[in-house]
Design a protein around this ligand. Structure first.
Ligand code: 2RA
Length: 334
């Protein structure tokens, strides 16, 4: 059994869900520790009906043989997590900082569990928009080799943290009341709007969020030849990212075959019945752990094309659930 599980970033949007999942999924460990910034240190957190004092995240906060699950901003992950590895802990990191480091395993347990088991250092969990797409791509890739992906995202404000959620709620109220509101998590009003920029602009006019979808997907699938064109958009939805995905495969995949492939792949659930207007939506997928697929149809513009709609809770499978599943994997093998 794991001796100690240490949650870093315990008070953040994802950290809170990691703690809930450790409770819900009855994760076995002798001891649980909760670390956060100096601001939260000393406050208490309720875990399995008991109050636990939040400890301050410092360079020497880690002990040997801990399983650290971290969800922090990139700069914090860059600074503190190497100290956990040096102390002899295993680390699962939710931040974007370590994912593309060649020495770091980037893991979705349903796709590449062995990478987590073989990892010597940090194990990274992918960006939320990548995780749901790569899970949907994997069975298609195995069956018919995906050669090209065109994806557009419709991303919830919870992806921008607790302040993102506060901005949507307070900004909407202010908008309806005709009052001014100063947004903190977004450069533009998110209430009654759509913002076609998530992250910062990088090469060729693509944003960091869009390039994450390209690079992380290739790394997880182990296929650098895969062509991906992503457009990431923030929309005024509280929780769950949605994606329209069109793929080209080496041979045609019919909607019936795709439905079968998706249905048989762990972590994916098909919600696709046009006769009853059944398709996944943020409102029906929030607080759930799967990746949900609907609107599966032939791409009428290409003989080897297939289009579908994909929704997942960005804080759960897109972040906390994936991290806790990696922890479960490590726990089973220890
Ligand atoms: C977002 N993907 O939705 C980011 C969070 N990691 O902003």
């Amino acid at each position: 059994m794991i001796k100690t599980v240490t949650v870093v970033g315990a008070t953040g949007a994802v950290g809170r869900i990691i703690i809930r999942l450790l409770e819900e999924r009855r994760f076995q460990a002798e001891k649980f520790r909760f670390l956060a910034s100096k601001r939260s240190a000393g406050k208490t957190i309720e875990f399995r009906g008991e109050p636990h004092t939040i400890e301050e995240l410092t360079h020497d906060a880690f002990a040997p043989d801990e399983l650290v699950i971290a969800s922090t901003p990139d700069d914090i992950a860059a600074e503190y997590l190497p100290h956990a590895i040096e102390a002899g802990s295993r680390v699962i990191d939710e931040s974007g900082y370590w994912r593309m480091n060649p020495d770091v395993a980037l893991v979705v347990p349903e796709i590449n569990p062995q990478a987590a088991l073989d990892a010597k250092g940090i194990i990274a969990s992918p960006n939320c928009s990548t995780t749901q797409m790569v899970l949907a791509l994997k069975p298609l890739h195995d069956a018919a080799k995906v050669t090209r992906v065109i994806v557009s995202t419709y991303q919830a404000v919870s992806g921008a943290g607790l302040q993102g959620t506060a901005d949507l709620e307070e900004g909407s109220r202010a908008h309806l009341a005709g009052q001014a509101y100063t947004y903190e998590a977004f450069a533009f009003p998110i209430a009654f709007n759509a913002i076609p920029q998530i992250g910062s602009f990088k090469d060729d006019g693509y944003t960091s969020e869009e390039l994450k979808m390209v690079r992380e997907t290739r790394k997880i699938l182990g296929d650098e030849s895969l062509q991906i064109n992503a457009t990431c958009v923030r929309i005024p939805v509280a929780n769950c990212h949605s994606e329209t995905i069109t793929v080209e495969t080496e041979r045609p995949v019919s909607p019936e075959e795709a439905r079968e492939l998706f249905s048989n792949f762990p972590g994916l659930e098909v919600m696709d019945d046009l006769s009853t207007d059944l398709y996944p939506m943020p409102a029906t997928c929030t607080d759930r752990d799967g990746v949900y697929i609907g609107r599966i149809r032939r791409d009428i513009s290409h003989p080897n094309g297939l289009s579908f709609w994909c929704v997942s809770d960005n804080l759960r499978k897109g972040a906390a659930t994936n991290a806790v599943q990696i922890a479960e994997l490590l726990s089973k093998s220890s």
